[in-house]
Design a protein. Structure first.
Length: 109
């Protein structure tokens, strides 16, 4: 396979990895916000739009959040939850058997 074919295959795999779980949702999804480096990839955006024709698909920039900050924001929120001893998971979403305080804090000495 050519380098271009490999890259295109990986892009299609990514688009389907995003859209298959969304399509399997029991309720209709009308908006999808992409974040991270992939949100800058116009072909990826086009493929996600084509695979989810009923949903408005765009970047988190449309709601005022830089797509490159979303992962950092998620980890900051998880750290806050841990420091406050508040569960950081939602069993109905994750499939966990119960809410859990996630992570550990290791102090020096």
């Amino acid at each position: 396979m050519s380098d271009a074919d490999i890259q295109r295959t990986l892009l299609e795999f990514t688009a389907r990895s995003i859209t298959i779980p969304i399509s399997a949702m029991p309720t209709s999804i009308d908006r999808v916000l992409l974040c991270g480096g992939g949100s800058n990839n116009q072909l990826l955006l086009e493929r996600v739009r084509a695979l989810l024709p009923g949903a408005h698909t765009s970047s988190t920039i449309d709601v005022g959040i830089d797509p490159d900050w979303v992962e950092a924001m998620a980890f900051a929120w998880l750290a806050k939850q841990r420091i406050e001893c508040v569960p950081g998971n939602i069993p109905a979403v994750t499939g966990a058997s119960r809410p859990c305080i996630l992570g550990s804090i290791y102090l020096p000495g």
